[in-house]
Design a protein around this ligand. Structure first.
Ligand SMILES: [Zn+2]
Length: 463
């Protein structure tokens, strides 16, 4: 470790804040202290941030003004987080149909707008504005979660794959960020190729890092798990191992988490972020079973299909209110993911918890008997009940008809026709009456056009 890599994280942040007037590190330090407050105190803090946002949206965003009027509410009527249920849920389709005229605040200067986009489940891009004035909040959240994961400033970052940016503005911003980190902290970034990174490429890229420089991996669990499988199958050793693997953008299955941890010999952390509302939640540093939500950054509610709050342990839709975007407020925004509401975490942090994050809304199986099977349920069944993990690298369940599911699996060398038949029978029982399950060994799982791999797909939803 050079003197600069020790000194930079101590000297650069205060200097940066003095010179630019920005406060991401101050925000991170605040989060470091606030995480230990009680859930009640943290909710009260979130409410204090929510009130001015609602008042602003009521006064300056026509779309929300209509919502308040239709619901017969004033911002002051929202007195608790649960009261948000009295306002309608909104989705990408609503915002897309009203963008920009009716969903962007009419009283803020254009220079506060950052442009972003994401692919909706329909594959159509969804354009939105972020609030540049809120950047400290989400960058602070990023720094805070990074510290939780043990990925220090100055550690090299290996991206697997390269983050997909939709606009040139985003590409330029990412390049500038990389350059800034390099200059300020000596932080190096490596990008593995966007398509099929392999273990040889990983080894050769890693050999470019200075010997002894710590690094961590940031990327999609499906890509990293594929590399993990190659490393384990071939017995390939890396010159050095990462401090941590941080995954995002896809559901992290227990299978993938286990093989990544074995191959990369480190902890695997699940980071929950979306393009619209970045850096929302991450695996608890002391309890790998839960994720904590940064309640200073956003209010995240898990709700049932009728909009009422999900009970602890119950899966529901993720509904977000971004506390730092006044340009284009996201209030009661159904982001299109599922999550399981969590209990208070024994670690002592007061931040709200989630027991799991699921992929997009289409990623469920509906059985003829009326059950909804989420990826997490299938994942637990395969790992815990069927003990399938030594036999399978990866899988994807596709509901091709109301009474038929095909599960593609990438087998390990221990997989046998006998195991295949047994697992098929077990899965048929698991899915319940009226559902036929077939296993199909494949060489690889195809990715979506977005580059993501889905654990569960339903062709019924797409039709
Ligand atoms: Zn915890």
């Amino acid at each position: 470790m050079s003197i600069w890599s020790w000194l930079a994280p101590r000297v650069v942040p205060p200097l940066y804040e003095r010179l630019t007037g920005r406060r991401p590190w101050t925000e991170m330090l605040r989060l470091r202290a606030l995480q230990w407050r009680t859930p009640e105190e943290l909710e009260a803090r979130a409410l204090r941030k929510l009130r001015p946002l609602l008042t602003h949206a009521r006064a300056h965003v026509p779309y929300y003004r209509d919502h308040f009027e239709q619901a017969g509410l004033e911002p002051g009527d929202i007195r608790t987080v649960a009261d948000l249920a009295r306002l309608p849920l909104i989705g990408k389709a609503d915002l897309r149909a009203n963008f920009p005229a009716r969903v962007v605040a009419d009283n803020l200067p254009g220079r506060r707008r950052g442009t972003g986009s994401t692919a909706g489940s329909t594959g159509l891009p969804f354009w939105f504005f972020t609030d540049r004035a809120g950047a400290d909040v989400w960058i602070g959240s990023y720094l805070f979660f990074r510290e939780w994961a043990g990925a220090a400033l100055g550690d090299a970052i290996v991206y697997i794959p390269r983050p997909a940016h939709a606009t040139m503005e985003e590409v330029r911003a990412a390049r500038l960020r990389d350059l800034g980190r390099r200059i300020l902290f000596g932080e190096q970034t490596l990008h593995l190729s966007d398509f099929e990174p392999d273990a040889d490429e990983l080894r050769s890229r890693l050999s470019r890092l200075p010997r002894g420089l710590p690094y961590f991996v940031w990327g999609f669990p499906s890509y990293i798990a594929r590399l993990a499988a190659q490393l384990l199958e071939t017995g390939t050793e890396l010159r050095s191992y990462p401090k941590v693997v941080i995954t995002y953008a896809e559901t992290l299955s227990m299978l993938n988490a286990a093989s990544i941890a074995r191959a990369f010999r480190c902890q695997v952390v699940n980071h929950y972020s979306s393009w619209e509302v970045r850096h929302l939640a991450q695996t608890c540093p002391d309890n790998p079973d839960v994720l904590h939500v940064n309640s200073e950054r956003a209010i995240l509610r898990v709700v049932r299909l009728d909009g009422s709050p999900a009970a602890v342990g119950e899966a529901g839709r993720v509904v977000i209110t971004d506390l730092a975007n006044y340009v284009m407020p996201f209030i009661n925004y159904d982001i299109g993911d599922w999550a399981v509401a969590g209990p208070p975490c024994p670690c002592g942090r007061g931040l709200p918890s989630l027991l799991g994050i699921e992929g997009r809304l289409g990623e469920v199986i509906r059985t003829p008997a009326g059950r909804t099977i989420l990826p997490i349920a299938l994942c637990r069944f395969l790992n815990i009940a069927a003990r399938a993990h030594p036999y399978i690298w990866e899988y994807q369940a596709v509901q091709v008809a109301p009474d038929r599911v095909i599960i593609s699996i990438v087998p390990t060398s221990r997989f046998t026709p006998h195991f295949c038949r047994e697992l098929e029978a077990a899965l048929t029982q698991f899915m319940g009456p009226g559902m036929e399950v077939r296993l199909e060994p494949v060489a690889r799982i195809a990715k979506e056009p977005s580059g993501k791999r889905l654990l569960v797909k339903s062709n019924l939803d797409r039709a």
